[in-house]
Design a protein around this ligand. Structure first.
Ligand code: NDP
Length: 335
């Protein structure tokens, strides 16, 4: 038996999640059964999509259940293993975060190489969020050299990598973010060509100023007003990678819109939604390309670390308040 603490869903949130929607529970984990690994989690990821799983609605992933632990990406060390395919001491990435210790089916654990990058990077730049940026830009938006690219939530985990990949490919890149500090980071550290704080005025006006001749690609992390502004600024045959719509995730009623959807026909635009799990065949290319650019010092990545599993709910809520620069992580313990 292993004593562990885990975060359970206590109530389904209405609007922005509250601390009382989560409960920290002490449990005794049984010894691993056949085919199971015992993993001590060191880091866990919090991601905007988790908000959707807190609702009782069918989506591309099943909802979390009240009274059960939440789930999500985590990395940690294998403490017990049924066989030597995944040896004791190996660091693995898996999907049973939100708990200190996890019993992980061996086939659900991916060994990670901590000589190449620190374990936490496999939850961000070398993990889901980096891969999302890669798939969205190259596979969905079919990025071309010289494109003018607009990225929203550009100082976040996906957006910061998307913008840098577009810069590496010789594009002009514009980003939006929610604070002056983030705008400064986009321009002075990441080398974006332009950036603006979307809280300073209508997104449409700021985007027009940053891209007076229009944009070719919009990498949409935000939806809502940002998407409407992008449709207005896209040039003929522009492409939109519809990655997420965080501005709507806490909405109790979805607003109508974008109001200017006829632009899609008039300009012959392509809008395409995507979920990375449909594109796993690109993982090898991603590791080669982004791993290589990372090692060559061409990619900057940031992490915002919240200490302690008891503060994991705070970290998730923080995503909706823009409290992260780069990838939001919870440090659960060493291992
Ligand atoms: P981020 O690291 O970008 O964190 C979320 C950021 O969103 C915050 O830092 C905040 O930054 C911004 N934000 C929050 N609320 C609003 C709002 N109302 N309007 C504008 N910006 C807001 O998260 P991720 O990088 O993990 O995710 C980015 C997007 O990618 C999300 O939409 C997510 O759902 C999506 N995603 C999609 C995947 C797929 O397969 N399609 C896979 C993974 C992620 P700021 O200070 O700038 O407001």
């Amino acid at each position: 038996m292993t004593a562990s603490r885990e975060v359970h869903l206590a109530a389904r949130p209405v609007g922005e999640p509250k601390r009382s929607d989560f409960e920290l529970v002490e449990v005794e984990l049984p010894d691993p059964g056949p085919g199971e690994l015992l993993v001590r989690n060191a880091w866990m990821s919090v991601d905007p999509y988790m908000r959707g799983r807190m609702n009782d609605v069918k989506s591309y992933v099943p909802p979390f259940q009240i009274g059960s632990p939440l789930e999500g990406g985590a990395v940690g060390e294998v403490l017990a293993s049924p066989d030597d395919r995944v040896p004791v001491g190996q660091q693995v990435m898996h999907m049973l975060g939100w708990r200190e210790y996890a019993l992980v089916p061996a086939e659900g654990a991916r060994p990670i190489d901590t000589a190449l990058a620190p374990a936490a990077a496999y939850l961000g730049v070398l993990g889901v969020t980096g891969f999302t940026a890669y798939v969205g830009l190259f596979e969905i938006a079919k990025l071309r050299e010289g494109d003018v690219v607009f990225v929203s939530a550009a100082a976040g985990a996906v957006g910061s990598i998307a913008g840098q990949l577009a810069k590496i490919k010789g594009c002009r890149v514009i980003g939006s973010a929610g604070s002056a500090e983030k705008v400064d980071y986009l321009i002075n550290v990441l080398g974006f060509d332009a950036a603006f704080n979307y809280r300073d005025g209508p997104v449409r006006d700021s985007l027009r100023r940053a891209a007076p001749d229009g944009i070719d690609v919009y990498f949409d992390n935000v939806g809502g007003e940002h998407l409407e502004a992008a449709l207005e600024c896209l040039r003929d045959f522009g492409r939109v990678a519809m990655c997420g719509a965080i501005s709507l995730y806490n909405a109790t009623e979805l607003p109508p819109g974008p109001r200017n959807i006829p632009e899609v026909v008039r300009k012959r635009l392509m809008l395409r939604g995507f979920i990375i799990t449909d594109h796993m065949q690109l993982m090898g290319d991603f590791v080669r390309d982004v791993g290589g650019w990372l090692q060559a010092g061409k990619i900057d990545y940031r992490e915002t670390v919240v200490e302690g599993i008891e503060r994991a709910p705070e970290a998730l809520i923080g995503l909706f308040r823009g409290q992260n620069l780069g990838k939001m992580l919870v440090h659960i313990g060493d291992g």
